[in-house]
Design a protein around this ligand. Structure first.
Ligand code: ADP
Ligand code: MG
Length: 276
């Protein structure tokens, strides 16, 4: 397909929201696949012990597989655990296995416990356009490692009651990490997920989120789509499972916005095909 512009240096995007079920993992794998299918080299780091991102990418992550746990706790080099994703050229995954659940505790007693992922990424020499880090639904040491390693935070928000509740805590953590450990970190992107345009509630929440976050909110929102929810059980993203579906097209459009912002092109102009 038509290419998406590549950034001039690796963008590291942390997908976080301590609420579960808001679309973090779905967003991570589908944005990553969209970018890879359009000419980018992309690594997904699965930082959730559930390993849902690994599953959705069709990556073997049974207990004995070398995983991000080994990187964080035993300082195994990242290239020794990264696997290519079948069917998507340029897409790679650092899988999570269930032992990552213990890492939250094991990290506490290790030196540089907040920056172990950052060190592993810094030592990774393969050329990459994007690294997406899929966070667990908590603000513990795993998420802190992601925030220390990243440059951008992407927050998926589900358009339902209490959508903004709890976000204050995440935003405070981002500020804390920015102030003490990682001055480049900032919230760059908000994505509305599972959006049902037929309901007043979704429209109200979307308006509230846009009022609160302004330009950080992508123009594209992701509709509720059965195809999106089916794809992981086939070890696929919706981009390969059903490329023509509304879910696939909306993730591709969101990826285009993210890619264009990264090279400073206005999405409106690019979208209309006009020079910017
Ligand atoms: P999180 O990683 O934040 O816990 P997930 O990405 O796992 O959230 O999504 C939670 C559930 O919602 C999953 O079963 C997923 O398949 C489903 N889901 C996510 N986005 C959509 C969507 N746009 N339409 C339909 N189902 C979705
Ligand atoms: Mg998840």
């Amino acid at each position: 397909g038509e290419g998406l512009p590549r950034p001039d240096r690796t963008r590291i995007i942390v997908v976080a929201n301590q609420k579960g079920g808001v679309g973090k993992t779905t967003t991570t794998v589908n944005l990553a696949a969209s970018l890879a299918l359009h000419g980018n080299r992309v690594l997904v780091i699965d930082l959730d012990p559930q390993g849902n991102a690994s599953t959705a990418l069709g990556i073997d992550h049974h207990a004995e597989v070398p995983s991000i746990y080994d990187v964080l706790v035993d300082s195994k080099p990242l290239p020794e655990i990264v696997q290519p994703v079948r069917d998507v050229e340029g897409l790679f995954c650092a899988p999570a296995t269930i032992d990552l659940a213990g890492a939250e505790i094991e990290l506490v007693s290790l030196v540089a416990r907040e920056s172990r992922l950052q060190r592993a990424i810094n030592a990774y020499e393969q050329p990459l356009d994007y690294i997406f880090i899929d966070c667990p639904p908590s603000l513990g040491l795993l998420t802190v490692n992601a925030l220390v390693a990243g440059q951008e935070v992407l927050i998926p928000i589900q358009c339902e009651y209490y959508a903004l509740e709890g976000l204050g805590q995440l935003l405070r953590n981002v500020e804390l990490v920015r102030g003490h450990l990682n001055p480049t970190l900032h919230v760059s992107t908000i994505l509305l997920t599972m959006y049902d345009g037929r309901t007043r509630l979704a429209a109200q929440v979307a308006e509230e989120v846009r009022g609160h976050f302004g330009d950080e909110v992508l123009r594209t929102s992701i509709p509720r789509s059965v195809r999106i929810s089916e794809a992981p059980s086939y070890g696929q993203t919706v981009l390969t499972y059903d490329p023509g579906s509304s879910g696939a097209l909306s993730y591709l459009e969101a990826a285009r916005e993210i890619a264009l912002r990264g090279v400073g092109v206005s999405y409106d102009h690019a979208h209309l095909g006009a020079p910017s």
